[in-house]
Design a protein around this ligand. Structure first.
Ligand SMILES: NC(=O)c1ccc[n+]([C@@H]2O[C@H](COP(=O)([O-])OP(=O)(O)OC[C@H]3O[C@@H](n4cnc5c(N)ncnc54)[C@H](O)[C@@H]3O)[C@@H](O)[C@H]2O)c1
Ligand SMILES: [Zn+2]
Ligand SMILES: [Zn+2]
Length: 348
C-alpha cells in the first residue's frame, strides 16, 4: 500500500507553458499554472487537492475493514478487480453464483471471505456476465437485475454501486430507479484486455457516467481517488454505456471488413497479408488482421447490444452485414483450412 504523504512541489513555470492536463481530482482539463498542485506526477486544482487529501483518510478504514468492498461476480473481471484492490491493501469480499469462482478467489487470497448477505458493504461492484449462459453471443441481463433487487432488499443505504459489467443503453438509469436512489449508482465499464494485463487491466483510462451529481461524485472518489484509476467523465450514463459497446462494435466492423477482403483475396488468388501490409504503409490506415473469426464474449455480444438498439431506428445496419460476413468467413476458413480453432479476440 502506498502510504499517503503530502509532497507538494512548486510548478516549474518554464515547462508549464500552455500545458493542458487532466486534474486528478475532478478529471476535467486544466492548464498548468501557478496554484496547481503536483503530487506523485498528478496535477490537481487547489480545491480538488483538498478534497483528494480528505478522501485519502478513508483508505485506512478500507484497509482495516471498517469500510468494505463487495465484488459481485468473480469471473475474469471480478477476479482481476479483487486482485487489484486487495493488492493495494483494501478490504475486499466476494460473491458469485458459482462456488468454484468463490473458492478460486479464496484460495488465491484475493478476497477476505464469501459474502453471506449483501448488507453492510460500502462499495458494491457488479462484475457479473451479461451474456446468456448457453450462448455468449446473446446479451442477457436477468442476473444483473436479480442482483439489483437483492441490493434493494439487503444493500446498505448511502453506499456506492459501481457497474463494471458491460450493459446496454439505459440500464444504469433503470437500476437507479429500481433502487430508488437508496445508493449511488455509477457506470464505469471495464476495458480489460487479458493479453496486456499491466497496461490494460483495472488501472487504465476508464469512462465514468452517472445520472445524478452525487452518484458521479461518489464514483469519482472511489474509482479515481481511492483506486487511482484515470477517469474520463461523461455527462450521463447513456454515453458511458454506449462508449463501451460502440467501441467494441467499431472493432467488430473493422475486423469484418478485413475478413471480407481476405475472402475476396482467396477467391482471386491474391495474398491478403501482403495486400494488408501494403495498404498499412499509408499514414492514416491501420487495417486489422483477419484470423479465425471474431471470438470472445465481448465483441459479438456488445455489437449485438448496439444492433438491437439501432434496429429500432435505422433500417439497415453495417453491424448486421458485418455479422453475416463473420459467419461466412468462419465457414470459408473451415472449408479452406479445415479448422477454425484459434479465434480473433482483439478487444476487451
Ligand atoms: N473478460 C473481459 O475481457 C471483459 C472486458 C471488458 C468487459 N467485460 C464485461 O465484464 C462482465 C463480466 O465479464 P467476465 O469476462 O468477467 O465474465 P465471466 O464469465 O468470466 O465471469 C462472470 C461471473 O459472473 C458470475 N455470475 C453470473 N451471474 C451472476 C449472478 N446473478 N450473481 C453473481 N454472480 C454471477 C458467473 O458465475 C461468473 O463467475 C461482462 O459484462 C463482460 O462483457 C469483460
Ligand atoms: Zn479539479
Ligand atoms: Zn446519488
Amino acid at each position: 500500500m502506498n502510504v499517503f504523504t503530502k509532497q507538494q512541489k512548486p510548478i516549474d513555470k518554464n515547462n508549464s507553458k500552455h500545458r493542458i492536463v487532466s486534474c486528478s481530482g475532478c478529471f476535467s482539463e486544466m492548464e498548468i499554472k501557478e496554484g496547481v498542485v503536483l503530487y506523485n506526477e498528478n496535477f490537481f486544482h487547489s480545491e480538488c487537492w483538498i478534497e483528494f487529501e480528505k478522501s485519502q483518510g478513508i483508505l485506512t478504514e478500507m484497509q482495516n475493514g471498517q469500510k468494505k468492498i463487495l465484488i459481485i461476480g468473480l469471473g475474469e473481471i471480478g477476479y482481476t478487480n479483487a486482485e487489484y484492490m486487495t493488492g493495494i491493501g483494501l478490504w475486499v469480499e466476494g460473491y458469485d453464483i458459482n462456488d468454484k469462482a468463490i473458492q478460486r478467489a479464496l484460495d488465491d487470497n484475493i478476497i477476505k471471505r464469501k459474502a453471506v448477505d449483501f448488507s453492510d458493504y460500502d462499495y458494491y461492484l457488479i462484475c457479473i456476465s451479461t451474456h446468456k449462459p448457453e450462448n455468449m453471443f446473446v446479451p442477457y441481463l436477468d442476473g444483473l437485475y436479480e442482483t439489483v433487487y437483492r441490493l434493494l432488499r439487503e444493500g446498505k443505504s448511502g453506499a456506492l454501486l459501481g457497474i463494471d459489467s458491460t450493459v446496454p443503453q439505459n440500464t444504469t438509469k433503470k437500476i437507479l430507479e429500481i433502487l430508488n436512489h437508496k445508493m449511488h449508482v455509477v457506470h464505469v465499464p471495464h476495458r480489460y484486455y487479458k493479453h496486456e494485463k499491466t497496461e490494460h487491466g483495472v488501472k487504465q483510462k476508464r469512462v465514468i457516467g452517472a445520472c445524478e451529481q452525487c452518484c458521479y461524485d461518489e464514483g469519482r472518489k472511489f474509482y479515481g481517488h481511492l483506486l487511482n484509476i484515470p477517469l474520463h467523465p461523461v455527462s450521463n450514463p447513456d454515453v458511458a454505456e454506449l462508449t463501451k459497446i460502440v467501441e467494441n462494435s467499431y472493432r467488430f466492423v473493422q475486423i469484418a471488413f478485413s475478413e471480407e477482403m481476405k475472402m475476396l483475396c482467396d477467391n482471386i488468388g491474391v495474398d491478403f497479408e501482403e495486400l494488408r501490409n501494403s495498404i498499412n504503409t499509408k499514414w492514416n490506415i491501420d487495417m486489422l488482421q483477419a484470423i479465425d473469426g471474431i471470438g470472445g464474449h465481448c465483441l459479438p455480444k456488445d455489437s449485438q447490444m448496439v444492433l438491437d438498439l439501432s434496429k429500432k431506428y435505422i433500417s439497415d445496419s453495417i453491424l448486421e452485414s458485418s455479422k453475416k460476413i463473420d459467419s461466412n468467413y468462419r465457414m470459408h476458413i473451415k472449408s479452406t483450412t479445415g479448422s477454425a480453432k484459434q479465434e480473433t479476440a482483439l478487444a476487451s
